[in-house]
Design a protein around this ligand. Structure first.
Ligand SMILES: [Zn+2]
Length: 139
């Protein structure tokens, strides 16, 4: 949901027409749907035919790093939907601590793990902004 001009927009009820080209590199080959907000963060709204298989693989890899990294305890704590129903969530999470001027890694039960949310603000997908490079490279 987004609150704008004191109106709440529920994007889960929005549908969009097929884009017809990859929003990241501009390719028109092997197009797939793209979740606007990742499914694993509760996103249900998609852009049909909007990412090529190659870019989907790249963004999917990045999403897995984040969703199975710093976002994993948050997703479990908030019971955000999961295709695996959170069956693979570890019982403990690794945490770095400093003691006697030495960094140590300890395992912390998931229920006690300090949840800190980091959000990266990205620019628009490459094809939609002035930084687009036709060769499909990301920067
Ligand atoms: Zn692409």
């Amino acid at each position: 949901m987004l609150i704008k001009n004191k109106q709440i927009y529920d994007f889960s009820k929005c549908s969009y027409p097929p884009v017809g080209q990859c929003i990241y590199c501009g390719s028109k080959e092997n197009l797939e749907k793209e979740h606007i907000i990742p499914y694993a963060l509760g996103g249900t709204t998609i852009l049909p035919l909007s990412t090529c298989r190659n870019c989907a693989k790249i963004t999917g890899h990045f999403e897995q790093e984040v969703l199975r990294g710093p976002m994993w305890p948050v997703r479990k704590l908030l019971q955000i939907k999961s295709r695996s129903k959170h069956a693979n969530v570890p019982k403990t999470m690794r945490l770095s601590i400093w003691k006697d001027e030495e960094e140590k890694q300890i395992g912390v039960p998931l229920e006690e793990y300090p949840v800190v949310l980091h959000f990266i603000v990205f620019d628009q997908p490459g094809y939609n902004n002035k930084h687009y490079i036709p060769e499909g490279r990301f920067f």
